[in-house]
Design a protein around this ligand. Sequence first.
Ligand SMILES: [Zn+2]
Length: 432
Amino acid sequence: MEESARQGWHMGGPVAYGYQLEEHPHPNPQKAREGKKKHRLLPDPLRAPIVQMIFEDYCLHGLGLGELCDKLNSNLERYPPPRRNRKDDMPLPPTWSRSQLWSLLRNPKYTGYNVWGRHDKRRGRPFMRPREQWVWSPTPVHEPIVARELFERVEDRAHTNEHRAEAPLPKAYRQRNGKRNGRLYALRGRVRCGLCGRRMEGSHQKGNNWYRCQFVSRRGVAGADAAGHPRVLGIKEDIILEHTLDFLARRIFGPERLALLRHELADAVATAWTQHDTELEHLRRELQETERSLHRQALRLEEHDDPNHPVIALAKQRITELSARRDATTQAIADLEATRPLGARPEEIETMLAAVPDLRSELGRYEPPELAELLDAFDLTATYDKPNRRLEFAATVTPELVTTLETKRPPVGRSRNCVIAGAGFEPATFGL
Ligand SMILES: [Zn+2]
């Protein structure tokens, strides 16, 4: 493997922005005959000069990450942005972000060398090792885009940059406790921007808690304009909390919750179960038919005393066929009975929801930490769709959660620990 990398073959994984893959027949003749290929990194004629420009602007011309971001996002046709991360399914057109530039400037592949041991993955999330610990290939293995001397200047430049806003990746990730700068945000990590899908961050201004989308701070004003994302997008905590409590009171605790839920379930879950039940019914009827036919053939056998009568031979053959079909249908029924559609049956969900104790009278008295625990228990999420002035809520109810709520008020423990596949459900969205 390492030998293959030393010879300059691409070892798989994403191709760095600015490079493209060049296909070669496999050097091993046997594998080449099987049609296997190897790939080498080759500078992309359009994007490689952009990479070079980014390094020069940053290291030699004094542009910061934010300024670079604006420069690139102001002319996306000339500076096509990197392809979007697969897990990042924003509905907005792609733009450059500061974090992309941060990692681009630290990718040693641009020097033409192969480098190992850059990331320490032991802590659950990749974090970058100090440069002294990197292992460089003795010679360049593919065509460089950036001179190694220029690459080496990045870290110095980052250190001397007083306006450096993008700190190196944090070494340890804090536990999510809802606190930020000593302030408690009851909805921290639970509010998303409906436009870009990002989690909105808590911020405190003029005596109020707000949740703000970080799009502009990550991609700059030009990026926001290019993507069609508002430059400023925030919502007061009071507004979300008011609707959160209303959602909980009506959909989870209130007297009409079952009626509302039934309406909701009529579509999604019920359809899956109807299909399941229809198919099962069909198979059972088929099994009955087969068994009736078998019975008729058995009667024919009994009617004839002569074992050599042609009808006997026919009946025996038919019985063999029918028995095989009966076994197959029986197996199919057993299989279908064993697989349950995703999600509990509507009746089961209703029972579960009916068992959630009514906490409405206590909701109003909850202090932020208790409220945060309650929201955690229901794994509540809110999506703020600013253009349509809508807040969309989702909550998860599990049988274990019901037990927790009955024994302890306010609830402790996280719903995530007790979610069973197929036992949760997500009621509801409603307008703001
Ligand atoms: Zn956003």
